[in-house]
Design a protein around this ligand. Structure first.
Ligand code: ADP
Length: 372
């Protein structure tokens, strides 16, 4: 079976590692020939995943296509779909999710709980919404990893919003941020991974570390699972989906955003769950049973980020010490160049005790430094 992946970043790389267990022939389309996935696929094509002709040509002759990022050319995927290439997820689902305005409107239409919002067309129009503050302004298209998101507290902050179509949503009093990954096959059967709990780095607005399964009362887990399932049901597409949710101070659960693809919050599933998120996606594509998503042991993920003040050829300080630690799995993405805050890899830690997981996650954060 010939399967194409749009995008060759770390998620594509992990997906290809899992593909080695199946008889799939893999194709990757990505601009950068030195991207993390380039040397793990069978066929690499250099090109822009956002360009119609490039994506269309790449997809002709393939049996199936999946994505590792949603900023892809949806029109080309629709054309390929109409010609019989299976797309995971359906282009219709990617179209909704890749634009935060359409995504929020989709939640409203389907009665999925999400923070109240208004759509703002440009910076001038944003100024009229002082009564909506405190709020979070999110650019409709193109933002990711926190770069398309601004917290607006006061009327003065409104001037710093995005001068482009965007969503202004009420700021949620967040107690916890969690993510739930769901796989759905052609027949509409689903599997659901235990929720992961995220702790963010206040400086980079990137994941600091993550714990799974999230420490939550059963009642909240059930609520979150029901909401995440509703999103996937409404998207009406086979594929793998990550639903990011907020739990607020009143224990109300709402959707922050969704991703129609394998997700950073599921890296730990490689070692910590009976099947990984990557496995589940390959099983969906090939029509195999979906597998057991239960956790084998609780786990933590620590991101390995480029250290402040270092740009250039990456060196990993403290790697030997981390590799000596029990139940610790280091994943480097093969990026040769580091810069401050760049995601260079991650470490997964397994332990039955959450206190020990947190302790080891912090230890690794301090031990392992990416310098140049
Ligand atoms: P990205 O797509 O860049 O990851 P998100 O929409 O996930 O952006 O937002 C990034 C972070 O901003 C979230 O993880 C959360 O901490 C914060 N955030 C987003 N929306 C809200 C909100 N409505 N209220 C409070 N905080 C929010």
């Amino acid at each position: 079976m010939k399967v194409g992946i749009l995008g060759g970043g770390q998620l594509g790389r992990m997906l290809l590692q899992a593909a080695a267990n199946y008889t799939v022939e893999t194709y990757v389309l990505e601009n950068d020939p030195h991207c993390p996935a380039a040397h793990l696929c069978h066929h690499f094509t250099e090109g822009d995943i956002r360009d119609y002709d490039t994506v269309y040509r790449f997809g002709q002759g393939l049996d199936a296509i999946t994505i590792e990022i949603e900023s892809v050319n949806v029109e080309a995927l629709e054309k390929l779909e109409s010609e019989g290439v299976k797309i995971y997820p359906k282009p219709s689902a990617i179209r909704i999710i890749k634009n935060k305005i359409l995504q929020k409107e989709f939640y409203s239409t389907h009665q999925v709980p999400t923070a109240a919002f208004v759509v703002t067309g440009n910076l001038a129009a944003l100024q009229e919404h002082a009564s909506f503050l405190p709020a979070v302004h999110k650019i409709g298209q193109g933002g990711y990893d926190g770069k398309g998101v601004q917290v607006l507290e006061t009327e003065k902050d409104l001037r710093n919003g995005f001068d482009a179509p965007a969503v202004l949503e009420k700021k949620v009093a967040i107690k916890k941020e969690i993510a739930i990954i769901i796989g759905r096959n052609e027949a509409g059967e689903t599997v659901i991974f235990p929720p992961a709990e995220m702790i963010f780095d206040p400086i980079w607005n990137l994941l600091d570390y993550q714990l799974s399964p999230a420490r939550l009362a059963d009642k909240i887990v059930w609520k979150a699972e029901a909401i995440a399932s509703k999103v996937v049901e409404a998207l009406a597409s086979p594929g793998l989906f990550a639903i990011e949710l907020f739990i607020d101070m009143n224990d109300d659960v709402s959707v922050n955003e969704s991703a129609p693809r394998v997700h950073n919050s599921g890296h730990h599933t490689i070692e910590a769950n009976y099947v990984s998120q990557y496995d589940v996606l390959w099983r969906i594509i090939q029509g195999y049973p979906l597998g057991n998503t239960n956790a084998i042991l609780p786990s933590a993920i620590v991101n390995i980020l480029g250290a402040e003040g270092f740009t250039g050829k990456a060196r990993y300080e403290g790697l030997t010490e981390v590799l000596k630690m029990d139940n610790t799995f280091v994943h480097l993405y093969g990026k040769t160049e580091t810069k401050p805050g760049r995601k260079m890899g991650h470490v997964t830690i397994l332990h039955k005790d959450y206190t020990e997981l947190t302790y080891q996650a912090n230890k690794i954060k301090h031990l392992l430094k990416v310098i140049a």
